[in-house]
Design a protein around this ligand. Sequence first.
Ligand SMILES: [Zn+2]
Ligand SMILES: [Zn+2]
Length: 262
Amino acid sequence: MWSEIFERFLQHFGWDLVRYFLFAGIPYTIFYVLLKSQLFRFKIQQKFPEFYHMRREILFSLSSMLIFTFVGTSVFIFQKNGYTQIYTDIHQHSIAYLIFSVFAFIFIHDAYFYWSHRFMHHKKVYPYVHLIHHKSTNPTPWAAFAFHPLEAVGQVLILPIMVFAMPLHPLAIFIWGIYQLALNIGGHLGFEIFRKGFTTRFYSKWHNTSTHHNMHHKYVNCNYGLYFNIWDRMMGTNHKNYHEEFDAICDRRVKVLEPEQA
Ligand SMILES: [Zn+2]
Ligand SMILES: [Zn+2]
């Protein structure tokens, strides 16, 4: 049993490392190395962070992944002993349920993130825990999991909560895992790739942008949401100039394209 748990731990940690270095490393290589000057007009803050910031982002992300692996392995042990609602036979529930469970997981996580993030900004918590993440005022993809260990525990708790709360197939957990990783990296990309008007058009305004989270790192007490711009809208916590800044960033990239205005 213990050797199986240890093997599972190593597999989990290895998988987390591969995912992190692929999902953060590929955009980093493209945006910060290979096409650095060509894509500079897409840069949200018109400057690049110092190397030591990225070193800190990577080291804290590695420590977070160790914690994620501990929790993930604990979930595996609970599952082995029949305590979770994870089901491995995909036909135990319908395909419609499988799809529903992915969306439910994402929306519940979005609410969980928003409120736990608000808690992290409480003046009695922020300087001791969440400040680590905010040391990146101009974040790079490496910052996606740069958390204080206590925050990493708080973040990953959504997984045990969900597997105890509702039936989930490993495929649903996998899809959610990829989605949250991609969106987390996207939020810390430091470059805006969406088109002007994205934050105000009726079909796209409900989704967050890289600018949204970048402004959270720059201004701190605003833009707390993760995937969707629902809770920030409802609670009035979007930065008051979010839409203007977003459109200005998009305008800047177009201006650079036109040589007479450059
Ligand atoms: Zn924050
Ligand atoms: Zn962040």
